[in-house]
Design a protein around this ligand. Structure first.
Ligand code: ADP
Ligand code: FBP
Length: 313
């Protein structure tokens, strides 16, 4: 089976607190707590494995939080090969308020990278890319990393013959796309930043934005739109994808689940339409449960039928 390697430079413990209510400035008690390895790339790896893909997770980990992240992945049978650094891997908190149905995220900054750690990661990516069909780079850059780091790592992975995915934000995304990854998945805010601050007002503006990014040399561009689905561009064609309607419990990790679905389908040689269908079903299935980056097989099977894909001329 073709290997997917995920790269999480800013790994985290994702803690979800489910509460009856979460009023600001008051004391709230937690009804249910979920604590799992996270950060975008680790979520991609976990969901890709749940979807039947062959996966290896890499990135940086530090301190006792880092030890927890590696131990839990190993216990869950998730193949991993992380670079240890000084400092403590971060906590990412997600407070779910059941009374309002809202989710509030608080994301720590994480470890600070040294020049030696960055060199070690370049070597790790080179080694793993040589045995991978796809290398997916996901999440924010830790302090100490230059904003060009994803561009450099994408160049290294491409030189080893791997297809590259990039899901990040801010300057790391703007600089990363210059290395022409095969796949990017900006949301509406991120595509605005990529288009130089031009806000897409209408759906036709999004069409133009996706086309512009494909003309730059990115093979597949998907703008994800939460419950409204997504707009995808591939091979000079545009697709509007409608996600199944659901009662969302926690949408955190839906973007990562979407990336996992694309990677698993494309690594298995499926068509773009099949990949968009699996990705959308995975994103929606993730929102059905409280854990970030988790899908249930029966939900995927049911939701696959409900995804609507329309090719736009
Ligand atoms: N509330 C929801 N209902 C149905 N599908 C959803 C919902 N939230 C997310 N999804 C699916 O997951 C995909 C990614 O979610 P999105 O929230 O756009 O990404 P991100 O988490 O990166 O912001 C969406 O394109 C959609 O297919
Ligand atoms: O690396 P970043 O950009 O700080 O994001 C980290 C956070 O993103 C998440 O992976 C969720 O991302 P998505 O909702 O976009 O899939 C959280 O689980 C994690 O805590």
């Amino acid at each position: 089976m073709s290997l997917l390697t995920t790269v999480t430079l800013n790994a985290a413990i994702d803690k979800t607190y489910v509460m009856e209510s979460f009023p600001l400035g008051k004391v709230s008690r937690v009804a249910e707590m979920i604590s799992v390895p996270g950060g975008k790339g680790i979520n991609v790896a976990r969901v890709a494995k749940q979807l039947g893909g062959a996966v290896k997770a890499t990135g940086f980990v530090g301190g006792s939080n880092g030890q927890f992240i590696v131990n839990e992945m190993t216990k869950a049978g998730l193949d991993n090969d992380f670079v240890a650094v000084d400092g403590e891997s971060r906590l990412c908190l997600n407070m779910i308020d059941k009374s309002t149905g809202t989710s509030t995220e608080v994301l720590e900054q994480g470890t600070v990278l040294t020049a030696a750690a960055i060199e070690a990661m370049k070597a790790k990516v080179k080694q793993l890319a040589a045995e991978s069909a796809i290398v997916a780079f996901s999440g924010s850059l830790p302090k100490g990393a230059p904003s060009s780091l994803y561009a450099e790592l994408i160049g290294i992975a491409k030189a080893e013959g791997a297809k590259t995915f990039l899901d990040t934000s801010g300057d790391a995304l703007v600089e990363g796309v210059r290395a022409n990854p095969f796949f990017i998945k900006p949301n509406e805010d991120e595509i605005e930043k990529l288009l130089g601050g031009r806000k897409p007002e209408r759906e036709s503006d999004l069409h133009d934005g996706v086309k512009q990014l494909m003309e730059m040399g990115i093979g597949c561009v998907v703008v994800t739109l939460g419950a409204s689905g997504s707009l995808a561009g591939y091979d000079d064609r545009l697709y509007r994808i409608r996600a199944p309607r659901i009662e969302a419990v926690n949408p955190v990790g839906s973007g990562d689940s979407f990336v996992a679905g694309m990677a698993v389908a494309l690594a298995a040689g499926r068509s773009i339409e099949q990949a968009l269908r699996l990705a959308t079903a995975a994103g929606t299935a993730n929102a059905l449960n409280a854990q970030a980056g988790h899908v249930v097989e029966a939900d995927i099977d049911r939701l696959l039928e409900q995804v609507q894909i329309e090719a736009i001329d």
